[in-house]
Structures are given as structure tokens and as C-alpha cells.
Design a protein around this ligand. Structure first.
Ligand code: HXC
Length: 269
């Protein structure tokens, strides 16, 4: 895949894992419109490359530059000049980006190395799951600014930790430690250092990359499609997905290899 030079992002491709680093350390990686546009561009390139059928990317890590922040939120300086309608457009633009992230057919891990506040926390929650360094901190401080979450926090925070806990965090604007976020289920795993965090995220993505890519993509999209449905409708959606798996060469190969006691070589289709 060919990425252009971005002014607010660093992109590293290693094996089939793409690491995207938010790179505005002077503003604690605050999510300006430019960061959002650039992230959107990266997702388009990755999505198009996978749609081409070659699976050049099997997983993505999003992290922040520097020791201090993943992202300290939307760019407050940029927001102060906005009219209500511009604010609405800004919110829907970022929400569209989070939906694009969720519909990417490969897993995305947020590797949170420092502050993940406001829009930063919301971006992390749009990833498949979150790993964090022990010094990281999470929160939705919008109420301290006279604001409300605008990048999906009011929806995804309660999905991640339940309604009552999400209410408490969103109403108080309180910041929580990585340890607390881990305890609440917002964070899957904690790491002692930034290096260990990135190594841990890569290790998990490489483990997933050893599976059938069509099956991983199908699990991701099925889990998303069942959201908000009744158990019975969710089970119908799952059975449809199960049927589709039987049309794939990956399923033929996976089951054949198991019975032949061989390692599968998934064709990815
Ligand atoms: C713009 C920001 C910023 C932000 C930090 N900076 N956060 N600039 N937008 N969200 C800038 C500071 O202005 C400062 O620039 C530099 O980064 C370093 O920040 P300091 O505050 O000096 O660092 P520190 O004292 O260590 O405090 C770190 C911090 C604090 C606790 C993370 O910066 C902070 O509270 N930031 C705001 C967090 C927040 O409220 N986020 C939610 C935003 S609303 P200078 O030029 O002075 O050096 C949001 C809504 C999303 O995200 C929905 C929108 C649709």
C-alpha cells in the first residue's frame, strides 16, 4: 500500500500490520480537522487495498506520538470559532470516521500510551479494543467545557462499561487511571511501557493474522450487525453469517487442514 506524506500522522507498515501514530505532540495529539481528514484518507487506502483481495493489511494499531498523550480530545482551539451548524458538521464528520473504522474488515487496536480524553477516548472506543500503558488516563471531560461528547462517546461508553458507569463518567467529566479503565472493562490489557504496549498489540494482531481473514472479517461485521437487536434477531444474523462462511475457500481450507492434521494456508476468499 502506498501512503502519502501526512503532516499529522506517521504510518509504519511492518509485516501486514499498519501502525498509525497521531503526531501532533505540541497539542497533545489533539484531533484537528486535518488529523481527521488524514486518518480518513488512511482508512480509505487500507479499505481499498483489502477490497482488492490481496489482504496487504491484516490489522491496524492506532497510537499517539510522545510519552504524554494518545489524543487529548478534539482541538479546542479549532472548536471555539465554530457556529452550531459547523459544530454539527464537525461532529458528524468524526462520527463517520468512527463508523469507517468499525467497518474496516481487519481488527484495529487502540494502543493508548497517555491521555485519551474527549474525542481521544471516543476514537479509542471506535477501535475493536483498547490496550493501554499503565500511565494512560481516560475520560470524557466535555461537561467541564460546557460541551457534550460529539464523536460517539454517549453511545460507545455505555456499550463498553454499562449505562450507570458511563453516566457517572460523562456527568462528572472525571479522569480515570488506566488501572480503573481496565477494571471497568474499557481496557483489555495493561502494559508497563510504551514499547511493551506496541509489542503486545502487534503480537495480538499477528496471532489474528494467522487465522482466516475472511472469517475474522465476518466475525467483526457480524458482532457489529447484531448490536442493538433482540437475541432472536441476533441469532438469525449469526446464522446468515454462518451460511456465508460455507461459501468461502477459507472454510474449505480450514476444515481440510484440520482433518489432514496440517497448518491451513488460507487463500483469503
Ligand atoms: C487543543 C490542546 C488540547 C486540546 C491540550 N492542548 N489539549 N490543544 N485541544 N484538546 C494543548 C494545550 O493548549 C497546550 O498548548 C499543550 O497542548 C500542552 O497542554 P497542557 O495543558 O499545557 O498540558 P498539561 O498541563 O500536562 O495538561 C494535559 C491535559 C490538558 C490534562 C491533557 O491539556 C487538558 O485538559 N486538555 C484538554 C482535554 C479536554 O478537555 N479534552 C476534551 C476536548 S472536547 P500550549 O500552546 O499552551 O503549549 C472534545 C469533544 C469531542 O474532545 C467531540 C467533538 C465533536
Amino acid at each position: 500500500m502506498h501512503f502519502k506524506e501526512y503532516s499529522s500522522l506517521l504510518i509504519v507498515q511492518q509485516d501486514t500490520i499498519v501502525t498509525v501514530t497521531l503526531n501532533r505532540p505540541v497539542a497533545l495529539n489533539a484531533l484537528s480537522s486535518q488529523v481527521i481528514d488524514e486518518l480518513d484518507h488512511v482508512l480509505d487506502i487500507v479499505g481499498a487495498a483489502i477490497a482488492g483481495g490481496a489482504w496487504p493489511c491484516r490489522g491496524m494499531i492506532i497510537t499517539g506520538a510522545g510519552e504524554k498523550a494518545f489524543a487529548a480530545g478534539a482541538d479546542i482551539r479549532e472548536m471555539t470559532g465554530m457556529s452550531p451548524d459547523q459544530a454539527w458538521a464537525y461532529s458528524t464528520r468524526m462520527q463517520a470516521l468512527t463508523l469507517k473504522l468499525e467497518s474496516l474488515p481487519v481488527p484495529v487496536i487502540a494502543a493508548v500510551n497517555g491521555f485519551a480524553l474527549g474525542g481521544g477516548c471516543e476514537l479509542a472506543m471506535a477501535c475493536d479494543f483498547i490496550y493501554a500503558a499503565t500511565r494512560a488516563a481516560f475520560g470524557q471531560p466535555e461537561v467541564s467545557l460546557g460541551l457534550v461528547p460529539g464523536f460517539g462517546g454517549s453511545v460507545r461508553m455505555q456499550q463498553r462499561m454499562g449505562l450507570a458507569r458511563a453516566r457517572e463518567l460523562l456527568y462528572t467529566g472525571q479522569r480515570i487511571t488506566a488501572d480503573e479503565a481496565h477494571r471497568l472493562g474499557l481496557v483489555n490489557a495493561l502494559f508497563d511501557s510504551q514499547e511493551a504496549l506496541l509489542t503486545g498489540a502487534r503480537r495480538t494482531l499477528l496471532m489474528i493474522a494467522g487465522q482466516s481473514p475472511t472469517a475474522v472479517a465476518a466475525v467483526k461485521s457480524t458482532m457489529r450487525r447484531v448490536e442493538g437487536h433482540s437475541t432472536s434477531r441476533g441469532l438469525e444474523i449469526e446464522a446468515e453469517s454462518f451460511r456465508e462462511a460455507f461459501r468461502t475457500a477459507d472454510m474449505q481450507e480450514g476444515t481440510r487442514a484440520f482433518l489432514a492434521k496440517e497448518k491451513p494456508a488460507f487463500p483469503g476468499c
